[in-house]
Design a binder for this molecule. Structure first.
Ligand code: HEC
Length: 155
């Protein structure tokens, strides 16, 4: 008895929207470069300029955070051979090599630290934005020991 009553509305619900949508072309996906880049970083982060002027203190703080949250994978000196990286056979670039971070903008590095990437966990709220920007500078200086020695931003 109930069946015919249920059958028709269900058909209408399932069938009608599909039928209505059929003639429309699927919306074209925007070019990948407009939404996010190859590193999976949203466009609005890519061009962000590092707002931080590093000081000896802020870099000392970055070094501490790096020691707590990054060195187990990235290695104390940035060689990518920390204990956890070795144990889990993670492939991590050597940041002592200036080429390693060259293709990433400061904004991209910021985003990757804050949100994580692949097997790398996100720093999330553990570090404040200013601290993450200082980490970006700290990482870049790993390939430039002369810059680490001074409190001046890298040229
Ligand atoms: C559990 C291990 C682990 C920890 C902890 C970790 N990372 Fe990573 N990190 C990785 C791995 C693995 C990759 C490569 C991810 C990929 O490309 O898929 C990576 C990639 C990166 C990249 C991008 C490099 C590139 O060439 O794409 C940056 C920058 C980075 N890490 C910085 C940091 C910083 C700063 C911290 C600490 C706040 C940190 N990472 C903590 C494992 C880790």
């Amino acid at each position: 008895m109930l069946k015919p009553f249920l059958f028709v509305p269900v058909l209408a619900l399932l069938g009608a929207p599909a039928f209505l949508q059929e003639p429309q072309a699927a919306p074209a996906a925007p070019p990948a470069a407009q939404t996010q880049n190859l590193a999976g970083v949203p466009a609005e982060y890519v061009g962000k300029v590092n707002p931080v002027k590093p000081t000896a203190e802020s870099q000392a703080r970055a070094k501490k955070i790096y020691g707590w949250d990054c060195a187990m994978c990235h290695g104390d000196n940035g060689d990518g051979k920390g204990d956890v990286a070795t144990e889990q056979k993670l492939t991590i670039p050597d940041y002592r090599d200036p080429a390693a971070l060259k293709s990433l903008s400061d904004g991209e590095i910021f985003y990757i630290i804050q949100h994580g990437k692949g097997q790398m966990p996100s720093e999330g709220d553990r570090a404040k934005p200013d601290e993450i920007w200082n980490l970006v500078i700290y990482l870049r200086r790993m390939s430039n020991p002369a810059a680490s020695a001074s409190a001046q931003p890298p040229a």
